[in-house]
Design a binder for this molecule. Structure first.
Ligand code: GDG
Length: 457
């Protein structure tokens, strides 16, 4: 019987979610528990030990290896996260390209390909995740592996003009041609990737891989029941107490998530309020991320400075009008905070999907739900029914300030109507749908045509 092998940079250690793991691991874990596959990734430790450790958790075989000091510095903190990540999020000003980082990235991919070649049988299916492993299939093919190997990119794929700014863009991206199927988050990303590949291969269709959009999602029913179990357990606010205003955001401390603009918009929203509610609070859950990369530390300092400034500006009018939790919050308390808030403010500058936006909807009390404000430049903002949310341009501070006011005063009947619309979408398109539709396409990839997109987004 064929088995499924998933490769991603991080795995869930010991099968326990602690909070702050990130969206990829959250989604892959939900899928693998269901399919009982195998998961290969980094242990999270830095050492020269090249052995492979196996742990079983909820029927999933989790294989991990350490990363050497050099691979951590040059592959992980270098080419992957200081070059590809800013590139894919259209932050060309932050792209740091270094040839030796790229060669370390290739070396690390070779190491993981060796692990995979020893574990996977010819009939197995392999699903590789994210920008850390663009060349993995090409290396596997060079090792003589003929399995169907699929790839899914969790970040956005920007327009060709942005990708072309990477000095070795074609050397890096042409490796995608070795995959049987390349999945992206939205039709917009699929178009960008297809037109980039077309430009590079001079319109030679034969060399293009199958590219299709598979918007990632959440375990909607699981989130609903966990959130229900958390009712009333958050001291952030009470879901029935509408005399207070609670605004909620959660995202890793990453420059792509637009924290500065969110805080500026909240500040403007406070200054424009004609009827100040004394009990108002904006809480941002923002655990640290990639702190060994200088751009992340600089960004965090900027956010913290602005936060202090806003706190001081309003300290005479409000007791605690803005608060940041700069550490991971475990899944249940996080859901309880979502449920207790009237507004979910999710405004990344660029984001592949943003699962927090979807979790926020599923966590609501359906008879008195909160309102979702979401960026137009993330997968969730492109995919979710527009009539159910307030879509904003995360670069337009005034528009976001007005959106906060609109959300705070929105009547209950309108909130319920919007919530129903969003929920019916999320119940149909959940993480199981995502995994099933991707794997079905990977298995039947020869039946798909180049322009096939599994869903319209
Ligand atoms: C990448 C892409 C794409 C748990 N505790 C905390 C916390 N969590 C969970 C959230 C959510 C996940 O982490 C965050 O997922 P996102 O999708 O919002 O964002 P990334 O981590 O950047 O994920 C993204 C995703 O992969 C999947 O393809 O959607 O575009 O960048 O499940 O509940 N999150 C935060 N603090 C916690 O304490 N922020």
């Amino acid at each position: 019987m064929s088995k499924l092998f998933v490769v991603s940079n991080r795995v869930i250690q010991d099968g326990v979610r602690e909070g702050g793991e990130g969206g990829l691991t959250t989604a892959v874990w939900s899928m693998l528990k269901d399919l009982h596959g195998s998961w290969i990734g980094w242990s999270g430790s830095v050492s020269d030990d090249e052995s492979v450790q196996l742990k079983m958790a909820s029927g999933v075989a989790i294989y991990t290896t350490d990363m050497s000091d050099r691979a951590y510095e040059k592959n992980y903190c270098g080419f992957a996260n200081a070059c590809l990540w800013p590139l894919f999020h259209e932050r060309l000003d932050l792209v740091r390209y270094d040839e030796s980082d790229f060669s370390s990235y290739m070396d690390y991919n070779r190491r993981i390909a060796m692990v995979l070649s020893e574990l996977a049988q010819p009939e197995d299916l392999i699903w590789v995740h994210d920008y850390h492993f663009l060349p993995l299939a090409q290396i596997c093919r060079d090792l003589g592996m003929n399995q169907r190997i699929g790839f899914f990119l969790h970040t956005p794929f920007p327009p060709p003009s942005v990708i072309s700014a990477l000095p070795n863009h074609w050397q890096s991206m042409k490796t995608l041609l070795s995959y049987s199927l390349v999945g992206v988050q939205s039709g917009f990303d699929a178009e960008n990737l297809q037109s980039y590949l077309r430009q590079q291969s001079d319109g030679n269709k034969a060399s293009e891989p199958l590219v299709a959009a598979f918007p990632i999602s959440i375990d909607t029913r699981g989130v609903i029941s966990s959130a229900l179990a958390c009712t009333g357990s958050s001291d952030f606010g009470s879901e029935t107490k509408r005399s207070s205003v609670r605004i909620f955001s959660a995202d890793r401390m990453d420059y792509s998530k637009g924290f500065i603009n969110r805080i500026l918009a909240y500040d403007q929203f406070l200054s424009k309020r004609s009827d100040p509610c004394p009990d108002i609070q904006y809480c941002l859950v923002a655990p640290d991320s990639r702190e060994n990369i200088s751009e992340y530390r600089n960004h965090k300092s900027e956010v913290m400075l602005l936060l202090l400034e806003v706190q001081q500006r309003w300290r005479d009018d409000y007791e605690n009008c803005i608060e940041m939790i700069n550490q991971p919050v475990a899944p249940e308390p996080l859901l309880a905070m979502m449920r207790a808030s009237q507004v979910g403010f999710i405004a990344p500058l660029r984001d592949g999907m943003n699962l927090v936006a979807k979790e926020y909807i599923a966590a609501q009390n359906p008879v008195d739900p909160g309102v979702l404000i979401v960026s137009k430049f993330c997968g969730a903002g492109r995919e979710l029914p527009r009539a159910g949310l307030i879509a904003v341009n995360p670069h337009d501070i005034s528009e976001m300030a007005r959106a906060l006011e609109e959300a705070v005063v929105m009547p209950r009947t309108e909130r319920v109507r919007r919530h129903r619309l969003l929920m019916s979408h999320l119940l149909e398109y959940d993480v199981k749908w995502w995994a099933r539709s991707y794997l079905k396409s990977l298995q039947a990839e020869s039946c798909l045509s180049m322009s096939d997109t599994s869903v319209t987004v």
